[in-house]
Design a protein. Structure first.
Length: 467
């Protein structure tokens, strides 16, 4: 789209609006032909667009703000943009986030402003994959959105909190679209199979209950994926002369389930978060499920292995020191075996980590130590524990008072190894879970021995003093 669209004197207002919402061609893909033509036909987003939903009310009251539809593929983002334009009689103009520069954006926006001023009609500017706009492009929209010259409707599969300028995001209402439920997918598919005009009703092909369930499962909440699969299944049945489609036939066409996953997007972080939190919850079944979801979707298994090594260090810690050893071993096993044999090593690790006692005592201790190092002056090393390789260093006091702890009566010499300003500070506080219960007892025992050693050293000094 260019600014010239608004400058042509013979261009009839609403031409683009009509073209954008025209009925698709008979040979268009099934998903395009079955695109809902009204909010009443929309399935699966009732909370947003159903009676009483925000969007339904806004359209009825003709006060639709600029919007960002955020959700997975096939959940109705583009459809809702088209329906908003249809219901509000806005002029619908799609925009490319890839090919449009700032100069073009400003020209188009200026044209939309003139249309609103001269004809009293707003332009709905639809930007698919709005997250692909750079910051400068997004800024170019701001004054026109702010004045209400356009209704900006963006669609994105990425979290707008991370992808859109704060200024632009604050001027838009974010509408979160959820993946369609299996029941909603079944409704969509049933309509397509029954509709003789837009759908496949004239084909006379039927999916049995198990086949419908298989399609709903394979769709993973994506209506477009479901309809594409059904279209392929029906075409396969027609070529084979069959009128009934089984679950096995659906599976044969689909070949394998394509899971919703984007290794560079939000779903990547959602799934690794699900794995971590399942491990923390000590739920091995959930941990195995999310691990399988990631691996089946194509995640790098070595990435997952690294994250579980990190979990062993941060979340299990010294409550079970063997967890780190097993994590490194599983990582190495996968590196040597690859898939599918190496997957079992990762599964074994996931179960072990889920059932291991958890402690973040060491993680917290390390954080406190780092803060102490960052916030305090660089304290000098106590003289008693300094090395004294030269005579001069001995003469000035390096190593004076040092005693070799293993040879002492208590096994500790009672030395103050922290700088004086930090003497007595306790950074590591065992949780009392798993192995740390034993470590906690040892820590307290060494503290008692150190106290006795210091008392003995002080008593010895007193005995040697002149009366």
């Amino acid at each position: 789209m260019t600014g010239s669209l608004f400058d042509e004197p013979g261009l009839e207002m609403g031409t683009r609006h009509t073209d954008a919402l025209a009925e698709p061609a008979a040979d268009a893909p099934l998903a395009e032909r079955m695109r809902p033509r009204s909010l009443d036909e929309l399935v699966g987003q009732e909370k947003v667009a159903g009676p009483g939903g925000f969007l339904h009310r806004a359209i009825a009251e003709d006060r639709v703000p600029s919007l960002v539809f955020w959700g997975p593929p096939g959940t109705g983002k583009t459809t809702l943009a088209l329906l908003v334009a249809r219901e509000t009689r806005c002029r619908f103009l799609p925009f490319s986030a890839v090919t449009s520069g700032i100069k073009e954006i400003k020209a188009v926006m200026a044209g939309a402003a003139r249309m609103r001023r001269d004809a009293g009609r707003r332009t709905l500017r639809f930007v698919d994959e709005i997250h692909r706009f750079n910051r400068a492009q997004q800024d170019a929209f701001l004054p026109f959105v702010e004045r209400g010259d356009i209704v900006l409707v963006g669609a994105t599969t990425e979290n707008p909190s991370f992808e859109l300028n704060a200024a632009l995001l604050s001027r838009c209402r974010v509408v979160v679209l959820e993946p369609l439920t299996p029941d909603a997918i079944r409704i969509v598919v049933a309509r397509a199979l029954a509709d003789p005009e837009r759908g496949l009703g004239s084909e006379g092909v039927r999916l049995d209950e198990e086949a419908m369930a298989s399609v709903a499962n394979l769709a993973s909440g994506d209506a477009r994926r479901a309809l594409n699969l059904v279209e392929a299944v029906v075409a396969e049945a027609r070529s084979a002369g069959r009128r009934e489609v089984s679950a096995a036939a659906v599976q044969a066409v689909a070949q394998r389930k394509v899971l919703l996953y984007d290794k560079a997007g939000e779903e990547h972080f959602n799934l690794i978060s699900a794995l971590h939190k399942s491990l923390r919850e000590s739920d091995p079944d959930a941990a195995l499920y999310w691990l399988a979801r990631m691996l089946e979707a194509g995640e790098d298994p070595l990435y997952v292995a690294r994250r579980m090594v990190r979990f062993a260090v941060e979340d299990v810690g010294l409550a079970d020191p063997r967890a780190l050893t097993l994590a490194i071993a599983a990582w190495e096993a996968y590196h040597r075996l690859g898939s599918p044999e190496g997957d079992l090593a990762l599964a074994e690790l996931a179960v072990y980590l889920a059932l291991a006692p958890k402690s973040v005592a060491l993680y917290r201790a390390w954080g406190e130590v780092r803060r102490a190092v960052a916030d305090r002056p660089a304290e000098p090393v106590p003289m008693a524990i300094r090395n004294a390789p030269t005579r001069l260093m001995e003469e000035v006091g390096y190593g004076r008072g040092y005693e070799y702890a293993p040879d002492s009566a208590e096994g500790v010499a009672g030395l103050d190894c922290l700088p004086p300003a930090l003497a007595g500070t306790r950074f590591y506080r065992p949780s009392g879970k798993g192995e740390e219960e034993r470590l906690g007892r040892r820590l307290e025992e060494f503290a008692r021995r150190r106290t006795r050693a210091r008392a003995a050293a002080k008593g010895g000094e007193d005995d040697g003093m002149e009366p």
